[in-house]
Ligand binder design. Structure first.
Ligand code: IVH
Length: 699
């Protein structure tokens, strides 16, 4: 899409724009450059997954464009990056007709099915050996996109295949769908493209965690989440879900006057390449050309092994005859084309019996029903219990004890019950009865009107206390290894650990007398506890388990104060001024710090030597790396990018967004791209490995 030279020019223009913006001298003439630059960075971010500037820099330029357009509305173009955001709500999704019916695919499940497909295709076409293009079968929700004169004019759902819903406004929220593309370079006037909208595993898990945190029912799988999002009437809400789109098929096109059919559209692989070159996310990098069916079988098996490593869900591969003339010769049935077949991977769904319900109490007192299942294997993992979240969820899915249920484990996503199977009920099944009182401390349960969960409101409920300690010591919180769930429970039952401060006054002599605790494990535990006292403030805040305060809000809070106890002095209004802190979060933080018992606990922790001050701020100008700038590129062998960046900042170094004369060190991992090339050209940048970096910071 962008050559090396264009990339370098655009990056230079970006830097110039940022500089100009800082000097406030930007004028309206720059508007088209600004759009080109923003589109380029959207492409780097959403298609290539390799941004060249920071989110902040992108936002600065975006806001600048918004400002110029606001002052000069006549200069707005329909494909301006600002035009993705729709104001207001969509009333209804009008039904629209697809230019060509959206057919489904025939399925195959093993190599014999594929061999049979190939045999028939050869027989029907009279060709000896067929070239196939094999690509992933994306597990999302299918869409059709129409571009006319290079502009996206319509996006629709599949519907019944003949008619679908016009969801153009929602589709415009998907950043990997270009609002305009130079189809005219290929002589095309109108084109209909098919693709799949999906939500990646990471965003799906985050979204489900948010839903559950707010007391809503989670969604069963990313596919349902993507399909559901397409039907949301508030485009802003759609934008928040971070949908992605792959495009994989050209179903219809017309040429501009006097233009010849483009060479690219003579083959499927040519079409994928054309779409990729025009800035779409087609499976250009994931596809493989195969001569003969044996190659196809090999690639399908090979890709299945990588399934769990992909950031998004796929449920199989699609095998397509590459030559379009040959595709036309083979034609279609009323249901599916004869030139393509889906190769389905082993299902991640299974049916089993719901044999009982257990009620568990979480750290915020939420009582969660957990379904006990007859153990069943799905994708190599045996599942015997699944959270069923809350009473509403149980009602929605009409779950009864004794029911057969369909369950799904989507990759590394937590298994979920998709539905019950009422048609096979015998009459012996019975309804799930919710308890009125806490199953652990027997306090009467309470439910807020707008919430779906029932809660035990006894803050001293043993189940809550244990869960709070477990959260406090967990990996993303204080990270005290050796004090896992089982040990916390054991120590609590033995009265060796009764509350959070108790973590720092454990009786190691008594622990040493327990079975399974040798000197080494005690030493390790002791040093992990000691090390945790120096955890950065944001981890401590997160560890406190304040409702609605996840890792991001904890970081925001930590940045806003010098000492943990400063938060106590914030009014709700002041909390609301912090980034991404809404009324619910602000209320919860305020509530936590207004509670006498909590404040006493914090004083106790402070006395025990836990670091309450914002260490990072003090270090930033004095650390080892003070005055040095760093940038990370490629996949690092052991560190997460965020971890490495935090290490730099902890030692007073600074992270910069791109390679320039300002950069001192470029730390390169595997598959480093253009940043490495650029750094090599600039003789001033030191290029180092992760190992060298770790040495530098004495790790
Ligand atoms: S080609 C006329 N390619 O799978 C053929 N479909 O089960 C058009 N799908 O309805 C489809 N990934 O929604 C094609 N790489 C891919 C695909 C793909 C996912 C979906 C598509 C289709 C369904 C059939």
């Amino acid at each position: 899409m962008y050559s090396k030279e264009q990339t370098q020019n655009l990056q230079q223009q970006t830097e110039d724009l940022i500089k100009e913006h800082n000097s406030k001298s930007i004028n309206t003439k720059a508007i088209e450059t600004l759009r080109t630059v923003l589109r380029f960075h959207e492409y780097r971010y959403y298609i290539l997954n390799d941004p060249l500037i920071s989110d902040f820099e992108y936002d600065t330029l975006y806001k600048l464009l918004e400002k110029i357009e606001e002052e000069h509305p006549t200069l707005i173009t329909p494909d301006s990056p600002t035009q993705r955001v729709a104001k207001g709500l969509t009333k209804d999704f009008p039904t629209v007709q697809h230019l060509v019916p959206m057919l489904s695919l025939d399925n195959s499940y093993n190599s014999a099915d594929l061999i049979e497909f190939d045999r028939k295709a050869k027989e029907l076409s009279g060709v000896d050996e067929i070239e196939y293009c094999v690509e992933p079968k994306f597990d999302g929700s299918s869409i059709s996109l129409i571009y006319e004169n290079d502009l996206l004019v319509r996006g629709a759902t599949r519907g019944d295949g003949v008619e679908g819903d016009d969801v153009t406004t929602n589709i415009k929220q998907i950043r990997s769908v270009p609002l305009s593309a130079k189809f005219s370079d290929f002589g095309l006037q109108q084109i209909e493209i098919r693709g799949e909208v999906l939500i990646n595993k990471n965003n799906f898990s985050k979204y489900n965690a948010e839903l559950m945190e707010e007391g809503f029912s989670p969604l069963a799988n990313p596919r349902n989440a993507a399909a559901g999002t397409m039907r949301i009437k508030d485009p802003k809400e759609v934008a928040k879900r971070n949908l992605e789109a792959f495009v994989y098929h050209v179903s219809f096109y017309t040429m501009a006057d006097g233009q010849k059919q483009p060479e690219a559209l003579a083959t499927h692989s040519g079409a994928l390449q054309m779409l990729w070159d025009l800035g779409f996310r087609s499976p250009e990098k994931e596809k493989r050309m195969c001569n003969g069916i044996n190659d196809v079988v090999k690639y399908c098996t090979e890709f299945e092994a990588k399934r769990d490593d992909l950031p998004y869900e796929i449920d199989g591969m699609v095998v397509k005859v590459n030559n379009i003339a040959l595709q036309e010769k083979l034609g279609m049935t009323s249901h599916h084309p004869r030139w393509a077949i889906a190769y389905k991977f082993k299902a991640r769904q299974a049916t089993t019996k719901l044999i009982g319900i257990e009620f568990q109490v979480g750290r915020t007192g939420a009582v969660t029903p957990v379904a006990k299942l007859e153990p069943v294997a799905i994708g190599g993992v045996t599942v015997s219990s699944i959270s069923v979240h809350n009473a509403e969820y149980i009602n929605e899915k009409d779950l009864r004890i004794g029911d057969s249920v369909l369950i799904e484990r989507a990759g590394d996503v937590i298994p979920q019950i998709v539905k019950s199977l009422p048609d096979v009920r015998k009459g012996t099944e019975h309804k799930i009865v919710f308890p009125n009182s806490c199953p652990v401390c027997h306090t009467k349960l309470f439910k807020e009107e707008e919430e779906a969960v029932w809660r035990c409101v006894n803050i001293d409920c043993p189940a809550q206390v244990v869960e709070r300690i477990i959260h406090f010591v967990s990996k993303d919180a204080m990270d005290i290894r050796g004090l896992g769930d089982a040990n916390v429970r054991k120590f609590y039952d033995l009265k060796l650990l009764q509350d959070i401060p108790g973590v720092y006054s454990l009786d190691f002599k008594k622990i040493g007398e327990l079975e399974g605790f040798g000197k080494r494990s005690i030493d390790n535990l002791q040093s992990a506890i000691e090390a945790s006292k120096k955890q950065p403030l944001h981890r401590l805040i997160y560890a406190l388990g304040i409702r609605f305060v996840g890792e991001t809000t904890a970081k925001t809070l930590a940045q806003a104060v010098k000492n943990l106890l400063d938060i106590k002095n914030f009014t709700i209004e002041e909390l609301l001024l912090l980034e991404d802190v809404g009324p619910k979060v602000a209320g919860s933080i305020h509530h936590f710090f207004s509670n006498k018992q909590n404040i006493e606990m914090l004083h106790e922790l402070e006395k025990l030597g836990i670091q309450f001050s914002n260490e990072k701020k003090q270090l930033s100008t004095t650390g080892n790396l003070s005055g040095q700038t760093f940038l990370f590129t490629g996949t690092l062998p052991t560190l997460k990018r965020s971890e490495a960046e935090a290490m730099v900042e902890e030692q007073g170094g600074q992270i910069v967004s791109g390679v320039s004369a300002k950069l001192n060190y470029l730390v390169v991992g595997e598959d480093a791209g253009s940043k490495l090339d650029k750094a090599k050209k600039l003789n001033t940048v030191k290029i180092i490995s992760e190992e060298e970096f770790l040495k530098m910071i004495n790790r």
